[in-house]
Ligand binder design. Structure first.
Ligand code: ZN
Length: 242
C-alpha cells in the first residue's frame, strides 16, 4: 500500500501536478495543510486535492487565514498581502471546503496535523526539544506534520529518552522501527535551498518512509504570481528554494 503524503502546496498547481506524476499510483493521499497562500492557483489546487484517492486533509495557518476576515497580524507583510489578494481569487465553494477542514486527524497509525499536536495550526517542529514534547501528547506511533517546509524526521526510542533529528535523503527508503514525526517537505514552496517540489511516500504495511524531490516549471509559476499581483518575493524565492 502506498500513501502519498503532501504538505504546503501553497497554490502552486505546476508543482502539485509534477508531484502527482512523479508519485506514480497510490492508494490514499494525506495532505497536511496550507493548500493556499503565496501562489496563484488557489482554486485549482483546492479542487485537485479533492479528486485524489481517499484524501485526508487537515487545515493549515494559511487555509485558516483566508477563511476569516481578521487574523493577519501574525503574518509577515508579504504573507499578509498574499492572503488579502488570495481572498479575492478564491471561490465561495472552495472557501467553504477550507472551512470544513479539521485541525487534527487521527487513525490507528498516525496523527495528522499541519503544525504540531500541541498547536495544530501554528507550532513548528524544528528541534528535538519540541519534538519530544509533542511525542508525549499523542499515542499514535507516527505523527505527520508540515508547516516548516522542510523534509525532517524525528525518531524516539521506546522509553522516550532519546529523540533524534534526521534529514532523510531523497530516494532512500527509511524503515519506521521507532515512533517518528515525519515531515514530507513542501510541494509548492520548498525552503531547504532545494527548489524541487518535495513529497513523501508512506507504506503502512512495510512501515517505510521515503522522501522524493521533483523538478517542475518554476518560471511558469513565477509568471502567474506576478500576473496575479502577488508579492514579487514569492516568485523569486521559488527558484532558490527559501
Ligand atoms: Zn506553509
Amino acid at each position: 500500500m502506498r500513501i502519498l503524503v503532501i504538505s504546503d502546496i501553497h497554490a502552486n498547481l505546476t508543482a502539485f501536478e509534477a508531484v502527482l506524476q512523479a508519485a506514480g499510483p497510490f492508494d490514499a493521499a494525506w495532505c497536511l495543510g496550507d493548500l493556499v497562500g503565496y501562489g496563484p492557483d488557489l482554486n485549482e489546487c483546492v479542487e485537485l486535492v479533492q479528486t485524489l484517492p481517499n484524501p485526508l486533509c487537515v487545515k493549515g495557518n494559511h487555509d485558516l487565514a483566508i477563511c476569516s476576515s481578521d487574523n493577519l497580524d501574525i503574518f509577515n507583510n508579504e504573507a499578509g498581502e498574499s492572503i488579502l489578494i488570495s481572498r479575492k481569487i478564491i471561490s465561495t465553494a472552495n472557501i467553504e471546503f477550507l472551512q470544513t477542514l479539521p485541525e487534527v486527524i487521527t487513525n490507528d497509525l498516525a496523527t495528522l496535523v499541519h503544525g504540531s499536536p500541541q498547536n495544530p495550526i501554528w507550532e513548528y517542529i524544528l528541534d528535538t526539544y519540541t519534538a519530544n514534547l509533542n511525542f508525549a501528547l499523542v499515542n499514535t506511533p507516527l505523527i505527520f506534520v508540515g508547516h516548516s517546509h522542510l523534509p525532517l524526521m524525528f525518531t524516539r526510542d521506546k522509553n522516550g529518552k532519546k529523540v533524534v533529528r534526521h534529514f532523510p535523503k531523497p530516494g532512500v527508503q527509511t524503515p519506521l522501527t521507532r515512533r517518528a514525526i515525519l515531515n514530507p517537505g513542501s510541494v509548492g514552496q520548498p525552503r531547504d535551498n532545494d527548489p524541487r517540489a518535495s513529497f513523501g511516500i508512506f507504506d503502512p504495511e512495510a512501515m517505510t518512509w521515503e522522501i522524493h524531490r521533483v523538478d517542475y516549471d518554476i518560471a511558469s509559476v513565477q509568471e502567474r504570481i506576478i500576473r496575479a499581483g502577488l508579492p514579487e518575493k514569492h516568485a523569486r524565492r521559488l527558484s532558490a528554494g527559501w
